[in-house]
Design a protein around this ligand. Structure first.
Ligand SMILES: O=C[C@H](O)COP(=O)(O)O
Length: 332
């Protein structure tokens, strides 16, 4: 397992020199022809999780890797300094020391990929993460509905960056997708990317509010062309959030964009990913469709508030042979 983690660390270093996506000039020729066959997509993902599984020590190694790719998230109306500080402690020490010791991973410096909070909570995350390299991700642009003016969106992004966010998760205006106003969508995302400056931008499509996979694919293309560093499924607040099927649609766009431009765009499924088994399914999908290059925090994140608790529980089971109650693995 030590070897697997060392290999993962080497992969991360390689990817940390990744050039940012500068985007492409707007042109509908890249996506006009797209027409997604829903049943083919759903068939592909249903066979994937049946055919493939990861067992025993490989499963433990994959779960540790999954932890390094979690944007540990709290986006609740009752967030306080206290729960953000506790969440950050969990990001710094995601797995109990005794479990890590049994896995011989106590010196691996395992942390989550980032901590994701609302803008007003950034100072508390900054205080708690001081001295670490864990980035703060902030949700901006009128999260989750995005129903504020473009000017306000840009101001919000700039404020979050100034407050210390190194990653900005923006929400797009879903009406522009519903009405196929692709050029307007492109302009909006472009301006957001400019406002982000050095901060990496993850563009949330809110796929649960987009009626067809064809539109999800077109919106993915527009987001990448406009300079997004990551494309992300959901806010976690829609009635349907991340699914494997919508992920397949989006990561195939990432693959095609890479083939066209040579630029690797990151992927972040978010919302409703609560179980270790779900995380493994996503990792298998990414490995099969995009390859190992994408299995690093630079190119893949889970947006999840409670997934880490189940992963820790499964690791404890791997080590002790016993399951503990979920409340023994609190997030904050
Ligand atoms: O971006 C992250 C999501 O808001 C987290 O959703 P979740 O609470 O369902 O894990």
């Amino acid at each position: 397992m030590q070897k697997t983690l060392e290999k993962n660390a080497a992969q991360t270093t390689e990817n940390s020199t990744l050039a940012r996506n500068e985007g492409l000039p707007f042109n509908t020729k890249y996506f006009d022809f797209i027409n997604i066959n829903r049943s083919a997509i759903e068939r592909r993902v249903s066979t994937l999780t049946g055919r493939r599984s990861v067992k025993k020590e490989f499963q433990a190694a994959w779960l540790l890797k999954a932890i390094s790719m979690i944007d540990l998230t709290t986006l609740a109306g009752d967030d306080t300094r206290g729960n953000v500080l506790r969440l950050c402690e969990k990001a710094k020490n995601p797995v109990r020391k005794d479990i890590l010791k049994s896995l011989n991973m106590q010196d691996a410096n395992l942390t989550t990929g980032a901590v994701c909070v609302y803008h007003t909570l950034i100072p508390f995350a900054k205080e708690a993460l001081k001295g670490t390299s864990i980035p703060i991700a902030a949700v901006s642009t009128g999260f989750p509905a995005g129903k504020i003016s473009l000017e306000e969106k840009l101001t919000e992004i700039k404020k979050s960056v100034a407050a210390g966010a190194k990653e900005i998760d923006i929400v797009i205006s879903r009406d522009l997708v519903l009405e196929s106003k692709w050029q307007e969508l492109y302009n909006e995302i472009r301006l957001c990317r400019e406002a982000c400056g050095e901060a990496h931008m993850k563009t949330i499509l809110a796929t649960g509010e987009i009626p067809t996979y064809t539109k999800v694919a077109k919106a993915s293309w527009v987001a990448m062309m406009a300079g997004s560093d990551f494309i992300k499924t959901s806010t976690g607040k829609e009635s349907v959030n991340a699914t494997l099927a919508v992920s397949l649609v989006m990561i195939r766009c990432i693959r095609d964009y890479y083939e066209l431009t040579g630029c690797k765009i990151g992927y972040k499924p978010a919302g409703g990913i609560q179980k270790a088994k779900q995380a493994l399914d996503y990792l298998i999908l990414i490995k099969e469709e995009l390859g190992n290059d994408w299995l690093t925090p630079e190119l893949f994140r889970f947006g999840a508030s409670s997934l880490l608790g189940d992963i820790e529980r499964q690791l404890e089971h791997y080590v002790t042979g016993r399951y503990s109650a979920s409340f023994r693995h609190p997030m904050a």
